[in-house]
Design a protein around this ligand. Structure first.
Ligand SMILES: [Zn+2]
Length: 343
C-alpha cells in the first residue's frame, strides 16, 4: 500500500501517515508483545501504530507521532501534554520507596482520566545512575499501564541513561536508520505545537550534555520542514543561556550553536528541560526556557519539591500547571501562563 499522503513543504519532503508503515508497526507489535520482562510485557508502542509515522528529512527518518484520523476528539484532549523528567528508576528500588511511588502516582492518574492527553513526555534520566538493563526493565514495567491505556508516551535520554541498554530493553524504539547516528530523537505533533525531542546524552555519568553538529543540522532541517506550527524543543539538559548561571557548568555545552539555530526561527517558542531537579522559568531571545520539576527527588526539600507538569497549549501560548507528589505542597496546582513571541 502506498503512503497515504505526501506533502511538499519548502522543498522538504514528508511522508505522512504511511499505511504500509502502520501495517509494519502492527507486525512488530505482535512480535514484541510476545516478549516478557519480569512477568510484564515490554512496552512496544509507546507511540501507537496508528500515530506512528516517519518524518523524512535529509534522507533520514525519525519517529513522528501525531494525531491520526482514527483518534476521536472525545477520547483525547489534543491540547494537553504531560511533562515528566528525572524518574531515576533503579532495578532494586523497593516498591514503597518514593522513587517508583511518585512515578506510579502520575501513571495511575493518567490511566484513570476520562480523556487521554495528546501525549506524555518523560524528559531524560529515566534510570537511577548509570542506566543498567534492570533499571530500564523496572521503568518499562512502571509505564506499562500507559501503553495498555493507549496513552502516547515519548522518552528522551539524560546523563544517567545508557543508550544501548535503553534500546536493549525498549527494543521497538530503535530505528533501523536513525536520523542522527547514536542519538534517540523524535517529533511529536499536537494540535497547537510540534515538540522536537532531542538527545543530549554525551556520555553516561558525565554531567554536561551535548547535541552535536549532526543533530543540530538535523534540527535545522526538521524545523524548516515544520514551520507552520509553533515548535517546542525538549532536551534533558538546561541551556547555558538564560536562567541561573549557577547551573551552566552542568548544562548543554553547545547551547550557543543551538540558539543560532532556534533563535532566528521565530516559530520556535520554548525550550523544556529537566536535569536540575527544581522548577524555574527563564527566557533567552524571546524563547521561554522551562525547567520542569523532577518526579524522583530534590536536593533540598525546603526549597523545591517533586512532581510533574501539565501543559495546556493554545495557538498563542501555553498554560503550565505544577502537580506535586505531596498534594499539600504550596506549588500544587500553581499555574503559569506564557505567551509566545511574535512571528
Ligand atoms: Zn536527574
Amino acid at each position: 500500500m502506498a503512503a497515504r499522503a505526501v506533502k511538499h513543504v519548502n522543498g522538504s519532503r514528508f511522508m505522512m501517515a504511511g499505511c504500509r508503515l502502520a501495517v509494519t508497526a502492527e507486525l512488530f507489535s505482535l512480535v514484541f508483545a510476545l516478549l516478557f520482562v519480569e512477568g510484564a510485557p515490554v512496552p512496544v508502542h509507546l507511540c501507537s501504530a496508528n500515530r506512528r509515522r516517519f518524518l523524512q528529512v535529509a534522507g533520514a527518518s525519525v519517529l513522528l507521532c501525531g494525531a491520526s484520523a482514527e483518534t476521536h476528539a472525545s477520547e483525547v484532549e489534543d491540547d494537553l501534554v504531560y511533562l515528566l523528567n528525572d524518574t531515576h528508576i533503579g532495578e532494586k528500588h523497593p516498591a514503597d520507596s518514593p522513587v517508583p511511588t511518585h512515578l506510579r502516582q502520575v501513571v495511575s492518574e493518567l490511566v484513570t482520566r476520562t480523556r487521554r492527553p495528546a501525549g506524555v513526555i518523560v524528559n531524560g534520566d529515566l534510570a537511577l545512575k548509570d542506566g543498567q538493563l534492570g533499571d530500564y526493565r523496572h521503568f518499562a514495567k512502571l509505564i506499562q499501564p500507559l501503553r495498555e491505556a493507549k496513552v502516547e508516551t515519548h522518552l528522551t535520554l539524560g546523563n544517567h541513561d545508557h543508550r544501548e541498554n535503553f534500546y536493549e530493553v525498549l527494543k521497538d524504539l530503535r530505528l533501523e536508520s536513525p536520523a542522527v547516528e547514536s542519538r534517540h530523537i523524535s517529533v511529536v505533533e499536537t494540535r497547537h505545537a510540534n515538540f522536537f525531542l532531542l538527545d543530549s546524552l554525551q556520555k553516561t555519568m558525565v554531567t554536561p550534555g551535548t547535541l552535536g553538529e549532526q543533530q543540530l543540522k538535523w534540527l535545522e532541517k526538521a524545523l524548516d520542514a515544520m514551520k507552520t506550527k509553533p515548535a517546542i524543543v525538549v532536551t534533558h539538559h538546561n541551556p547555558r543561556l538564560g536562567g541561573d548561571p549557577l547551573h551552566f557548568p552542568g548544562g548543554l555545552i553547545d547551547s550557543e550553536p543551538l540558539w543560532e539555530v532556534i533563535g532566528p526561527r521565530k516559530w520556535v517558542k520554548a525550550y523544556i528541560h529537566g536535569h536540575i531537579h527544581d522548577r524555574g522559568y527563564a527566557e533567552h531571545q524571546g524563547i521561554h526556557i522551562l525547567n520542569t520539576p523532577a518526579i524522583s527527588y530534590v536536593a533540598d526539600a525546603s526549597k523545591s519539591t517533586t512532581g510533574w507538569t501539565t501543559a495546556r497549549l493554545a495557538p498563542g501560548g501555553v498554560t503550565l500547571t505544577t502537580h506535586t507528589t505531596d498534594s499539600e505542597h504550596p506549588w500544587n496546582g500553581q499555574t503559569k501562563q506564557l505567551a509566545w513571541r511574535a512571528g
